[in-house]
Design a protein around this ligand. Structure first.
Ligand code: SF4
Length: 417
């Protein structure tokens, strides 16, 4: 008998957490639950936590605290706390602080979320269907290919909470991707903290990409987030040869100063980063590159910051996510060395430079031809990840070549050719 039960999922943090939440949503759907945005109507709540910055962890903790009232009104309701903060703080600690939480599943054990569900809700009903629409957007599906990270960037807690890199087998990745294509996805996004470090037996990242591209029905393949240290020639050759590999790479650089990059233990210099994106753009002309920056890292001087500002223009980034350095309570020796007002001022300056640069990059697309994957009749995404509006576009899920005729407010306008 169909159940009307509902689950409310709150996700903090990165794409890895988004992907884990999709998996969790799928596990609930197999039990007949539907998703709800309305906490009041929920029979179960999942808080997928993040701890990349102290503020993210604090936000997740106060969110859990607010669920006390919900639990008082929903005595049979179940609360699951999962993800990175759950991993870092531990089940005993969290349940001690929040006794109304039913299950805590850390990021390292996320594959065992099903066990937590069984413990709270009993075994999965037989009626589970294999291909359900698991995704928020029917066009795009996330496929996790690795967990954890084996690098040791000085500001990052991921290796501590998620452990060293562990790669899923090519067979598991292909099955996941094929299932998602069969369920309606046209675009797959392969996910991992250093996604291009993938290596399983003899299978390299480039070979895995080739195998995924060979799946029937796939229109476009993306991945996130790669690390500058891991692109090899096999990848560059594939990028040059395979137009379905998106003409867009999000490649975090974090700083434009070699001194700060060294302190961050990123493993590359500004020159090496610029040379790399130059090689990638030579292989795929028109390749759009976006990035991440951290401002106010301990010891960042005015000159270091100026080097970062200059990199915005030199890198011709289509987009950049800018973050203020966030000191962690567990690393008192890494406190910020500039005050909040200076940190804020640098962030503002960087955001303004990024905005201006993004406008220039968008305008450079006018007169060019973009391949667009349509989400609606009139709206889609270019391979370079630009939003595109087309008056008479294509059927949702189809791709078509579009001549860009204008650009406004982060969006390209165009017409079919
Ligand atoms: S590459 Fe660095 S920033 Fe990224 S997850 Fe690994 S340690 Fe963290």
């Amino acid at each position: 008998m169909p159940t009307t039960k509902k689950v409310h999922i709150i996700t903090f943090g990165c794409q890895m957490n988004e992907a884990d939440s999709e998996g969790i949503a799928a596990a609930f759907r197999r039990r007949g639950y539907s998703l709800t945005d309305d906490l009041k109507k929920a029979d179960a709540v999942v808080v997928n936590t993040c701890t990349v910055r102290q503020r993210a962890e604090d936000k997740a903790i106060s969110q859990i605290g607010r669920l006390r009232v919900w639990k008082e009104k929903h005595a049979d309701g179940k609360i699951f706390v999962v993800g990175c903060a759950a991993q870092k703080l531990g089940g005993k600690n969290l349940k001690g602080r929040f006794p109304f939480v039913d299950e805590v599943v850390g990021a390292k054990a996320i594959e065992s979320f099903e066990d937590a569900l069984v413990a709270q809700l009993g075994p999965t009903p037989e009626s589970e269907t294999a291909h359900q629409n698991l995704f928020r957007s029917p066009q795009t599906a996330y496929v996790t290919i690795m967990r954890g990270c084996s690098l040791k960037c000085s500001y990052c807690i991921v290796p501590a909470v998620r452990g060293p890199a562990v790669f899923l087998s090519p067979a598991a990745v292909l099955k996941d991707a094929a299932d998602k294509i069969a369920a309606g996805a046209k675009e797959i996004v392969l996910l991992g903290q250093t996604v291009n470090s993938y290596k399983h037996g003899q299978t390299t990242f480039a070979e895995l990409l080739k195998e995924v591209l060979a799946l029937p029905g796939l229109r476009r393949l993306r991945f996130m987030s790669p690390h500058p240290l891991y692109f090899d020639e096999g990848f560059t050759r594939l990028l040059a040869a395979e137009p379905r590999l998106a003409r867009y790479i999000h490649l975090p650089v974090q700083s434009g100063s070699d001194r700060i990059l060294g302190l961050m233990r990123r493993g590359y210099t500004r020159r090496a980063y610029l040379d790399l994106i130059g090689r990638l753009r030579a292989a795929a002309p028109g390749l759009a590159v976006s990035t991440d920056f951290i401002v106010g890292y301990p010891g960042e001087t005015e000159q270091d910051f100026e080097d970062t500002l200059a990199l915005v223009r030199e890198g011709r980034f289509s987009l950049a996510y800018c973050f203020k350095y966030s000191p962690r309570s567990d690393k008192p020796e890494m406190a910020a060395t500039i005050g909040e007002a200076e940190m804020e001022a640098r962030l503002e300056k960087l955001l303004a430079a990024v905005k201006e640069n993004s406008r220039l990059v968008l305008n450079e697309r006018i007169g060019k031809i973009e391949e667009v994957l349509f989400e609606t009749q009139t709206y889609g995404r270019a391979s370079g990840n630009f939003a595109v509006r087309v008056k008479a576009g294509g059927a949702p899920g189809s791709t078509a070549k579009v001549l860009v005729t204008g650009a406004a407010k982060n969006t390209l306008n165009g017409k079919l050719i």
